[in-house]
Write a protein that binds this ligand. Structure first.
Ligand code: AHR
Length: 502
């Protein structure tokens, strides 16, 4: 089987911003406690943060990190998480049926972000709270001093403001599971009012209004139209959230998940542009794809969910999905989809980062290791630079139950003219056939292949685990040949590949 790609530097889609490689840390399960924070662990520093986890997060290459939720934020009182630790209250976290100790709060998390070299993106609670509490938090984080809440921050040990630029106006407010879930009309009004108030306090904030928590919500499309009808002038981004999993053994459809992500993005762009047209606005709304991943939600729904009036554990093992090679191929393809829409998806957050549907796993008192999904993220984040390029792709197709006829191969390229670098990312969705791909790279001029990595395995369900943490890793693709401006390489079945040229 063969496929052909043409890379042409003239066909730029948009700049691949660093904010496309964001992450997400929610107070959920063992993400914070017994994840990034474990006082007493042999690698932990004086603040209780695990150095082995810090090193892996740095290697992953994560730009902005969304915090502290997620569903958690819709019941969160931010004041609980600042001030002297011994005075911080223990609270019920209704979203995940857990106890929140507030041992790690805003100041500690910000200090951890300095260690990993990432920026803070904060979500405000628009579930059980409203505009005033959002303003209070913004005053606490962004006002230099001389007011009650900025002085409280200073008294709590932080002289300089946190200077948080990007803010989420609540989380998944379209979801009936969300504390304080509202209709699109009610949420749109609240989001608009809160956004305006926040801008009165700090005109430089970038604001994300909640879109749909999945393209398969019954309100999808109409939710975006109504919410933006209220908040269009007040916000910069609308969010998208999407999780994919293999269902009922249908690997063919699962491998084509990026087709769904493409359609999702294009539908939200169309809806936002419709509102723009109706309003006669010259402002364009971008997408913050601030939750995306492979997640076996059906497992959480049926097995992991905690309940009971007397049962509120601290840091339970929740959503600890163990990812396979096939999961990582889909994951790499989702990154291809995000880059393909770099003109409108200008911010994204992988959900999540450590232990909870995460590329990094830890064992209390034990090691930290890379899941299969770690590799496509780390390599794409490092190599995708400059402009995303529209490709001419000729490839065979196959038929899926979920998405109809789809391409067997998917790919995207990026080009950084200043650095003289290009990258090509490819997946082969075939379950049994290798694909020989030729890539016309003549437009790049005189280049060499600098790196070629392929992730695949004879066992597509192979995983990295505590017992075997390095079972799966990408290897150098030795089949790559570059001759006369044409690259030729072989993509094994169910594989993800990254090439760097320069
Ligand atoms: O990432 C896990 C959960 O998924 C988040 O808390 C929520 O926003 C989404 O439903």
């Amino acid at each position: 089987t063969t496929a052909h790609l043409t890379v042409d530097t003239h066909f730029a889609i948009g700049t691949v911003r660093r904010t496309l490689f964001g992450g997400f840390v929610e107070h959920l399960g063992r993400h914070v406690y017994d994840g990034i924070y474990e006082p007493g662990h042999p690698s932990s520093d004086e603040e209780g943060f695990r150095a082995d986890v810090v090193d892996l997060v740095r290697e992953l290459g994560v730009s902005t990190i969304r915090y502290p939720g997620g569903n958690f934020v819709s019941g969160f009182r931010w004041e609980d998480s600042v001030g002297p630790r011994e005075e911080r209250p223990r609270r019920l976290d209704l979203a995940w049926h857990s106890t929140e100790t507030n041992e790690v709060g805003l100041h500690e998390f910000s200090s951890w972000l300095d260690k990993v070299g990432s920026d803070l993106m904060l979500a405000v609670n628009l579930g059980t709270r409203g505009t005033q509490e959002a303003l209070d938090l913004l005053e606490y984080t962004n006002i230099a001093g001389g007011t009650a809440l900025s002085e409280r921050r200073i008294a709590n040990g932080r002289t300089q403001p946190f200077g948080v630029r990007t803010w989420c106006l609540g989380n998944e407010m379209d979801g009936p599971w969300q504390l304080g879930h509202r209709s699109a009309d009610d949420y749109g009004k609240l989001a608009s009012q809160t956004a305006r108030a926040m801008r009165q306090l700090d005109p430089d904030v970038a604001l994300v209004v909640c879109g749909s928590s999945s393209a398969h919500m019954p309100t999808f499309g109409e939710w975006e139209r109504v919410v933006l009808g209220h908040a269009y002038d007040d916000v910069d981004y609308i969010s998208c959230h999407a999780y994919y999993e293999e269902k009922n053994g249908d690997l063919g459809s699962f491998l084509a998940s990026a087709v769904d992500m493409d359609r999702f993005i294009e539908t939200v762009v169309a809806t936002a542009d419709h509102v723009k047209a109706v309003r006669g606005s010259d402002k364009t709304i971008d997408i913050s794809f601030d939750e995306w991943n492979v997640w076996y939600i059906s497992r959480f729904e049926n097995v992991d969910r905690i309940g009971g009036i007397d049962n509120w554990p601290v840091a339970p093992r929740l959503l600890e999905d163990v990812y396979s090679v096939a999961d990582a191929v889909v994951f790499g393809n989702l990154l291809i989809s995000l880059i393909r829409h770099a003109d409108r998806v200008t911010s994204a957050s992988l959900a999540q980062l450590v232990n909870v549907i995460a590329p990094i796993m830890t064992e209390p008192g034990g090691p930290a290791w890379r899941q299969t999904t770690f590799f496509p993220f780390a390599i794409t984040s490092r190599l995708a630079q400059g402009e995303a390029l529209e490709l001419k792709l000729d490839a065979p197709t196959y038929v899926t139950t979920e998405y109809g006829e789809v391409s067997l191969v998917d790919a995207i390229a990026t080009h950084d003219s200043e650095a003289g670098r290009a990258a090509v990312f490819l997946v082969n969705r075939s379950q049994d056939e290798a694909v020989t791909v030729t890539v016309d790279v003549a437009s790049l001029g005189d280049v060499r292949v600098l790196e070629a990595h392929t992730l695949s395995d004879d066992d597509v369900y192979a995983k990295n685990t505590l017992a075997e943490p390095e079972r799966v890793a990408p290897r150098a693709n030795e089949t790559v040949v570059l001759e006369g401006g044409v690259l030729t390489l072989e993509l094994p079945p169910v594989s993800w590949t990254a090439l760097s040229l320069g």
